[in-house]
Structure formats: structure tokens, C-alpha cells
Write a protein that binds this ligand. Structure first.
Ligand code: ATP
Ligand code: FE2
Length: 329
């Protein structure tokens, strides 16, 4: 039997299939990108509408299965951009009705967390660094608790914003990473951390001003941005490790693809004698594999909604990680 996963919280529409042994058979996606400017939610939703059926058919072919072998459909219903979430839900409900299959609504952030298991992490502190989210999370007494988070924008949005200001398209993270690798000249930037909470807007303002002044190269600014922002994340994560006494650090979210962030985490973990885990890039960025994976876990524990009741299911654009009772562990 197979579980179908559907991801559509923001820029990415993804479809995946896992088998009953948690093997991810297919994990395909198409991502809405722009040459200039940021993500426009209605355009991203249109993108998802256009790609849904094609990706689904391709997933069946790639996995060499018949849709009748699917046992349930997991889809990300929270949190995210409402127009995008709606497209994913519509597609999931359509299939649920057509095939008479149960639905499993999934919290996207928790899926980023749970997929870390694949790397062997058992009870980690998660540094979740994505576009919209920046949180330090760990499991405690039935819930994933947020120990620290950004007080303004997510780290990815912060980097993408600066990139956009500098005339690059979306996503800017990978482009900034390339520029950063060409410099070693550190320019001091506002470093903002309180306890385990961080903030990026002061640094963004400063970076934009420095760019306007034309006194600094984009390489030096990108390098300094990464060194400063990542040092804040590593410091927050280290504090969470000390506070919880946990012995594992797991990275998650699209920004975790950044090799410099990975390297800085590795160094800190070595010093603290903590094990470090990072999934492969295709499971770090938004993807449906992690949705199907958590879907299977929940399905095995009987947590799903029968096809006849799916009208009760809705999207929850602002749901928080700690709103969810973890009933599948
Ligand atoms: P979420 O909904 O989970 O908050 P998201 O929908 O924005 O996040 P992700 O795919 O998890 O999606 O992350 C996308 C972010 O990752 C973008 O901001 C992008 O710039 C950033 N990113 C991707 N690769 C890199 C990299 N190598 N270095 C830095 N940032 C990166
Ligand atoms: Fe994400």
C-alpha cells in the first residue's frame, strides 16, 4: 500500500509516494520562481493549479503503481499562503472523492521536523531555517515546543529580501551563497539575539543602506550577511541544546541547504559533543516526500479523516507548531 503526499504551502507544488515501510518512492515538484521580485501568492497558486495533475500522473508512472493502490492522501493544510494552500486542498479532496480515500491534513513545519528521522536523529533540537520560518524546536511532553524564533521575518525571507533589493530574483538564498563564497572580508552588521529569539530587520535595513552607498561589494555584503545571521542561529541553537540537555542537533528548512550554515553548526556540535544531522537537500526544501512520510506515520496510528467527512477539513494558514498535539509518537 502507498500513501500519496501533496505539498502546496508556498512556492512549491510537490507530489510524493511512500510505501508502507517509509521508503520514499517518488518525490517530485515544480517550484514557482521569478527573475525579478518576490513571490506573488495568486501567481504561485495559479502555478500549482497548472502543475497538479501532470505531477500526479508523473508520480504514478515513476513509481510504477496504479492509483488504486493508494491507501490515503496526506496534504499540507497549514501554515502557509492561503491561495496556495487552497489549491493543494482542492486537489487532495478531488482525488479523495474520486478514489474514496481518507485524507490526512499535515502541518508543514512538523513535516520538516519529522523527516529528520530519516537521517537517524532520535530526539533532536531542530534548527528550522526556511523562508517564512525560523524556529528552534524540540519535543517535550506531547508537543513540539518552540524554544526560540524570529521576532520579525524568517531568515530565508530576510535573505531573499536583500537579494531582491540587490536586483536578484526569487529565491535569492542560493545566489547570495555563491556571492558570499567569493569573499572573506567581514563587515560588522547588527547582531540581534535575545535568549533564543532572533531578529533580522535591523540587519536588513543596514545592508540595504550599505548597498545604496555603493561603498561595499555585493560579495562582501553577502559574506557578512551569512556570517552574522548564521552565527545568531547557531548561538540560539546552542542555548537550546544547553537548556534542554538534548544531545542531537537537526537542521531543517530550505536555508539549511546552505553549506556554510551546515559547517558552522557542525563546529558548534563538535565542541559541545553533540551529534549533528542534516537530511539531503531534496528533503530540506519544501517537498511532498516529508508530507507523505508524516502522513504514513499518522495513518498507521489511525489519525485520518474518512472520505465521507472531508468537508470538515480546511486550511489553517496561521497554525503554529505548538498548536498540534503529537498523537503519532
Ligand atoms: P516554510 O514554508 O517552511 O517557511 P518556504 O516555503 O519558504 O518555507 P523552503 O523551501 O523550506 O520554503 O525554503 C526556501 C528558502 O530557502 C528560500 O528563502 C531560499 O532562498 C532558501 N534557500 C535555498 N537554498 C539556499 C542556500 N543554499 N542558502 C541560503 N538559503 C537558501
Ligand atoms: Fe518549508
Amino acid at each position: 500500500m502507498y500513501i500519496l503526499g501533496i505539498e502546496s504551502t508556498a512556492h512549491t507544488f510537490g507530489v510524493a509516494l511512500v510505501d508502507e515501510n517509509f521508503k520514499i518512492l517518488v518525490n517530485i515538484k515544480d517550484t514557482y520562481t521569478t527573475e525579478k521580485g518576490g513571490i506573488i501568492p495568486l501567481e504561485a497558486a495559479k502555478h500549482h493549479r497548472e502543475f497538479a495533475e501532470t505531477l500526479y500522473q508523473k508520480a504514478l508512472i515513476d513509481a510504477k503503481i496504479n492509483e488504486k493502490e493508494i491507501k490515503a492522501i496526506a496534504f499540507s493544510n497549514a501554515p502557509g499562503l492561503a491561495p496556495c494552500l487552497i489549491e493543494g486542498m482542492k486537489f487532495a479532496k478531488l482525488l479523495s472523492k474520486k478514489l474514496n480515500l481518507p485524507l490526512i491534513p499535515i502541518n508543514h513545519c512538523i513535516a520538516h521536523l519529522e523527516i529528520g528521522e530519516i537521517t537517524g536523529a532520535k530526539d533532536p533540537v531542530l534548527l528550522y531555517a526556511s523562508g517564512a520560518n525560523t524556529q528552534i524546536i524540540a519535543y517535550e511532553a506531547g508537543k513540539y515546543r518552540i524554544f526560540g524564533e524570529t521576532l520579525d521575518v524568517g531568515i530565508g525571507n530576510f535573505i531573499d529580501n536583500f537579494a531582491r533589493y540587490a536586483g536578484m530574483g526569487f529565491p535569492g538564498g542560493p545566489k547570495i551563497a555563491v556571492l558570499a563564497s567569493k569573499s572573506k572580508n567581514y563587515i560588522e552588521l547588527p547582531y540581534s539575539i535575545k535568549g533564543m529569539d532572533v531578529a533580522f530587520s535591523g540587519m536588513l535595513t543596514k545592508l540595504n543602506q550599505m548597498l545604496n552607498s555603493k561603498k561595499y561589494s555585493l560579495e562582501d555584503l553577502s559574506f557578512s550577511l551569512q556570517e552574522t545571521a548564521f552565527a545568531m542561529l547557531v548561538e540560539a541553537a546552542e542555548r537550546a541544546l544547553a537548556h534542554t540537555g538534548k544531545k542531537e542537533l537537526l537542521l531543517g528548512g530550505g536555508v539549511a541547504c546552505n553549506t556554510r550554515l551546515q559547517e558552522m553548526c557542525k563546529i558548534m556540535c563538535k565542541e559541545r559533543n553533540v551529534k549533528f544531522f542534516v537530511p539531503e537537500n531534496s528533503l530540506l526544501v519544501d517537498n511532498a516526500g516529508m508530507i507523505a512520510y508524516l502522513g504514513l506515520k499518522m495513518f498507521k496510528k489511525g489519525i485520518f479523516t474518512q472520505a465521507k467527512d472531508i468537508d470538515k477539513i480546511d486550511i489553517a494558514p496561521r497554525q503554529r507548531t505548538d498548536d498540534i498535539k503529537v498523537l503519532w509518537k
